[in-house]
Ligand binder design. Structure first.
Ligand code: NAD
Length: 300
């Protein structure tokens, strides 16, 4: 326990997604934070979190450590690398990986840490920064049922939608499948709404009606109304991260010899946006690619 009987929790990776997740934990715990980006750290210092100068220093403070990093390769580095968590993490600790990671690497890390009596579980999230702020983001947990029930009370502080996904890596598998499906639905929605705009329909009207009809999906519910039609053009999720997630799903398909033609086509369409705007661009820029391709303006 930390000051005033608060639980001590660590959080590494304070980007678009990690920030709102960590902010929820900050409300009821003593939070120790680390990020390579000093600006992101400063934001949390102002809010009352304690900064650490390395992952190793953070692991000296707490036995419950959350990660929300870009990739599984970076997760490995934060655990095993120079000044990584392994230098000081206590036996019996939990490292909870909220990154959208690769199930195979996750199983490898878990096996290695198990031999050191350290728990490593996957707990990726879906619902974006908005879902985290609202406290209803989906969290899908891979690990043993005992590991799940040990960590669930902390996760309850983040969201009311927590799911046991199955053995280690299952959360990361389901998350990769979910994001490929999100990409396919998003591209399909842009395609159809662009076609309707060319046919003289108002895009907002089309999306509102489809959202209450059989074609509804996350793009008609959130992406188009909140980020595109509103003119905001910021979703808080980069094209590079989407490319990575769809790539993880493709690896799963290949390992299991399953054909994914829609998945492949949606990735080719995403490549058009990345070629023009780069991998740091927000996923909202996909709208600009469709505008160029079809001449239909969906934005105001
Ligand atoms: P981001 O790029 O905004 O944030 C990543 C953070 O990790 C940054 O603050 C960066 O400085 C930090 N970082 C990078 N390398 C580091 C290291 N070696 N040590 C410490 N910190 C390091 O990305 P994001 O959008 O927050 O995504 C994080 C993860 O969450 C990704 O795996 C992503 O796929 C997943 N995710 C994102 C969203 C979303 O809507 N943004 C939704 C669901 C899942």
């Amino acid at each position: 326990m930390g000051v005033n009987g608060l639980m001590k929790i660590g959080f590494i990776g304070l980007g678009n997604m990690g920030t709102p997740l960590a902010e929820r934990l900050l409300k009821k715990n003593q939070l120790f934070v680390y990020d390579v980006n000093q600006e992101n750290l400063k934001y949390f210092i102002k809010k009352g979190a304690t900064p650490c100068s390395t992952p190793s220093e953070l692991a000296l403070q707490t036995s419950r450590i959350f990660l929300c990093l870009p990739t599984s390769t970076i997760v490995k580095k934060v655990i095993n690398g120079e000044n990584g968590l392994l230098n000081s993490v206590e036996k019996g600790s939990y490292i909870i990986d909220m990154t959208t990671g690769e199930p195979e690497i996750t199983r490898e890390i878990s096996k290695e840490l198990q031999s050191k009596e350290i728990n490593f579980i996957d707990a990726p999230v879906s619902g974006g920064p908005k879902g985290a702020n609202q406290g209803n983001i989906a969290i899908m947990v891979g690990g043993t049922k005992t590991q799940f029930s040990t960590i669930k009370p902390i996760m309850d502080q983040i969201s009311c939608n927590i799911f046991y996904a199955g053995k280690i890596g299952s959360g990361h598998s389901i998350k990769a499948g979910n994001n490929l499906l999100n990409l396919i639905c998003r591209m399909a929605t842009f395609e159809v709404v662009s076609m309707l705009v060319k046919d003289g329909v108002n895009p907002e009207t089309a999306v509102n009606i489809i959202q209450k009809s059989s074609g509804r999906n996350y793009a008609t519910e959130i992406t188009l109304p909140d980020n595109i039609i509103s003119g905001k053009m910021v979703q808080g999720f980069s094209t590079g991260l989407m490319k990575k997630d769809a790539g993880v799903a493709t690896k799963i398909a290949e390992a299991n010899k399953v054909e994914i033609p829609l998945g492949k086509l949606s990735q080719e369409l995403l490549k058009n946006t990345i070629d023009e705007f780069g991998e740091d661009a927000d996923m909202s820029t996909v709208a600009l690619t469709y505008e160029k391709l079809t001449g239909a303006k969906i934005r105001p």
